[in-house]
Design a protein. Structure first.
Length: 233
């Protein structure tokens, strides 16, 4: 029998019966709830720590450090997105970007940043309730992962990025802004449907307005304005 004939030959009932199957009774209807511990003023730092120990992390520690950015004005969102990128792309103190990247790769499984802006709603019995967009969680996260025995080194890197990032690097700010302005402008012609979606959702929700201002067509002119501001200063 040739390979083509073998591929076209249907499986017998006996062969099909050997395939493992699951029934609904095999699925546990209860979700796994991991214990969460909230520690106020952890280690006298003034920081609230949320500790979540799980047995299935394979010896890997995941750390998320969130900075409250709720006081940033809506008109200054473009500064916030620039800050997010510069934190991990400018080096820290006397350490260059390349040296910092080498440390991250050598000692951790990665360190990243995330600007998290998400509407929340009060806890109610009706779990299908639509969020109202009246209240938001607004955090700038620096997060990473490492082996448990290298967790102290991960925390040192995160602290270094937070406290010593070279945010006054004009050349890096120009590089980031040129990349962003160009890619966004080119993206409008290449992925017009995505930018249309930003505009559409901006008509109905506050979070949609924020997304459109930060990533949509409305972000292009502020990007070039900020680029000129950085060039002049």
């Amino acid at each position: 029998m040739s390979l083509k004939e073998w591929q076209l030959t249907p499986n017998t009932d006996e062969q099909i019966a050997t395939i493992p199957t699951l029934t609904i009774e095999d699925v546990n209807p209860k979700t796994v709830e991991y214990p969460i511990e909230v520690v106020d003023d952890a280690f006298g730092s003034g920081v609230t720590m949320i500790k979540n120990e799980v047995s299935s992390s394979s010896g890997i520690v995941y750390v998320d450090f969130g900075l409250d950015v709720s006081t940033v004005e809506f008109s200054d969102l473009h500064y916030l997105s620039l800050l997010e990128e510069m934190l991990t792309r400018t080096g820290a103190g006397n350490i260059t970007y390349d040296e910092l990247t080498e440390q991250i790769m050598e000692k951790t499984g990665g360190v990243w940043t995330l600007l998290f802006i998400e509407p929340v709603s009060k806890s109610v019995g009706n779990k299908t309730m639509v969020k109202s967009d009246r209240n938001f969680i607004t955090k700038l996260f620096i997060y990473g992962k490492s082996l448990a025995e290298k967790s102290s080194e991960l925390l040192e890197i995160i602290e270094m990025i937070m406290t010593k990032a070279n945010l006054d690097s004009q050349s890096k700010a120009l590089e980031i802004l040129k990349e962003r302005c160009f890619s966004t402008e080119m993206g409008v012609s290449s992925y017009g449907h995505s930018y249309s979606s930003y505009k559409l959702f901006a008509r109905y929700t506050v979070s949609g307005v924020i997304e459109e201002k930060m990533h949509g067509v409305s972000s292009i002119n502020p990007c070039y304005d900020l680029l000129k501001e950085v060039e002049d200063n």
